[in-house]
Design a protein around this ligand. Structure first.
Ligand SMILES: Nc1ncnc2c1ncn2[C@@H]1O[C@H](COP(=O)(O)OP(=O)(O)O)[C@@H](O)[C@H]1O
Ligand SMILES: [Mg+2]
Length: 432
């Protein structure tokens, strides 16, 4: 058993103050959740995620192969946040339920979705960081990445990176009265990671994909990508409201270890099934995100890089995020989530073949890809300039990431699309 009880608090839809929802208990290698009776009796109560934690009395058993409820795991830090916590409060043991509780209780409260974790069931005390200065936060991220011992105020700055998941250096900040995820560059980056993410996200919006709004700013001369949080709303009284949100990993009922079994196809089925609030519309949106990921070489499209809002009865895709082009050096590449069956090759021909599964005809899918290519052809260069990406970096990004021939210069590619892509590539050669 963990030494301290761990209570799960939640923000009910539309309310600015949290209430206690239940508790987590270690049972052997598992963490199991029990709703508080006081919560179940609230007329406005919703389940934290119904398919996994239905609003019932008693300790809720876990599905096979999960060691804690997925919707709770979604609110925990991942690689980066754990690294920051390890630096300041190393856990006694790195794995298992005690370690999970440790990370839940040492991360800041402004976390993903509408949950938080406390040792008290009576009093809610948010864990925050008083440091707001982005220069200081960036310096803290650098210090953590370099493994340097950090002074106390720098530690407080670094903690801003513990409330959201993911592996890259980040911090949750407020800026212009809105809540953002700030993504920093790292000294080990071999290409302009942050700027290329800004480019892929900005162009995705131009191509009609619902994307979290972004801004690329400079802190001490270095680019920092701000991604507006979709799980926060600022209500008219100036209070932050939180939206219940779950990752695609949770939607698919998969554990971290089984993430490789996640597929776009299964996610699409779920979105058009009884849980899907927007059904067909979301399935098609998911497919457009897949097409886009292939056009910009984002092969890191794993099931924590897709998410959906949960309103107590159903789910709807959140805006897209973490569209981060990966350096594709040609040859074979594959997507992190399978496209159809167990096929996951990063090629447009496979996507077109799979179109009916995502409620598009092949002809519609082809038109959709062509429209995306047109957006890239027209908007890529102006956006590269607006983002102040250097000519050398632009050339690298163009050759390796955007419209990489590996995804289309192959015998099964639709001839019309291939001709269009060849044309766009040769036109661009004149400018970069
Ligand atoms: N705009 C956003 N609003 C709310 N949560 C977000 C947003 N973008 C990302 N997240 C959450 O933060 C996590 C880390 O962000 P991500 O961009 O995926 O970083 P990384 O590049 O480190 O993987 C995501 O897995 C998701 O849970
Ligand atoms: Mg991510």
């Amino acid at each position: 058993m963990t030494s301290e009880p761990l209570y799960v608090w939640t923000w009910l839809p539309g309310l600015a103050d949290p209430v206690v929802a239940g508790r987590l208990d270690a049972v052997g290698p598992e963490l199991r959740f029990t709703y508080a009776r006081s919560y179940r009796e609230r007329p406005a109560a919703i389940s934290l995620y119904g398919p996994e934690l239905p609003l019932l009395a008693g300790q809720i058993p876990l599905p096979e192969r999960l060691t804690m409820p997925g919707c709770i795991r979604d609110a925990a830090p991942d690689g980066w946040g754990r690294r920051v916590i390890d630096d300041q409060w190393p856990p006694d043991t790195p794995h298992g339920p005690e370690a999970e509780c440790h990370y839940l209780l040492h991360s800041l409260s402004d976390r993903f979705g509408a949950l938080d974790f406390q040792t008290s069931s009576e009093v809610y005390v948010p864990r925050g960081s008083g440091v707001r200065d982005l220069v200081q936060i960036q310096a803290a991220m650098d210090g953590i990445a370099a493994g340097l011992p950090l002074a106390e105020d720098v530690q407080a700055a670094a903690q801003r990176g513990t409330s959201l998941g993911g592996a890259r250096p980040k911090a949750v900040i407020e800026h212009d009265g809105r809540s953002w995820l700030a993504k920093f560059s790292s000294s080990s980056d071999h290409y302009p990671v942050v700027a290329s993410e800004a480019l892929a996200m900005g162009l995705a919006a131009a191509a009609g994909i619902a994307v979290a709004p972004t801004q690329l700013i400079r802190i001490a001369g270095r680019p920092v990508l701000l991604v507006e949080r979709f799980d926060r709303n600022n209500d008219p009284q100036g209070n932050w409201q939180r939206r219940h949100t779950v990752s695609a990993l949770t939607l698919l009922g998969l554990s971290e270890q089984d993430a490789r079994y996640a597929s776009y196809e299964d996610l699409g089925h779920l979105l058009r099934g009884p849980l899907g609030r927007r059904g067909r519309e979301d399935v098609r949106e998911l497919y457009r995100r897949l097409l886009w990921n292939i056009l910009v070489s984002n092969s890191d499209d794993h099931a924590r890089n897709h998410a959906a809002f949960w309103d107590g009865e159903g789910v709807a895709l959140t805006p897209a995020y973490d569209i981060c082009p990966q350096p594709r050096h040609g040859g074979a590449a594959s997507q992190a989530m399978a496209i159809i069956g167990d096929q996951r090759a990063s090629v447009l021909s496979l996507c077109l073949q799979a179109a009916p599964t995502y409620l598009y005809t092949t002809a519609q899918a082809r038109d959709c890809v062509a429209a995306m290519i047109d957006v890239i052809a027209e908007r890529w260069l102006p956006m590269v300039e607006a983002l102040a990406i250097s000519p050398v970096d632009a050339r690298l990004l163009w050759q390796r990431q955007f419209l990489n021939p590996g995804s289309w210069d192959e015998p099964h590619c639709d001839p019309g699309l291939r001709a269009l892509l060849q044309q766009v590539r040769s036109d661009m050669e004149r400018y970069i």
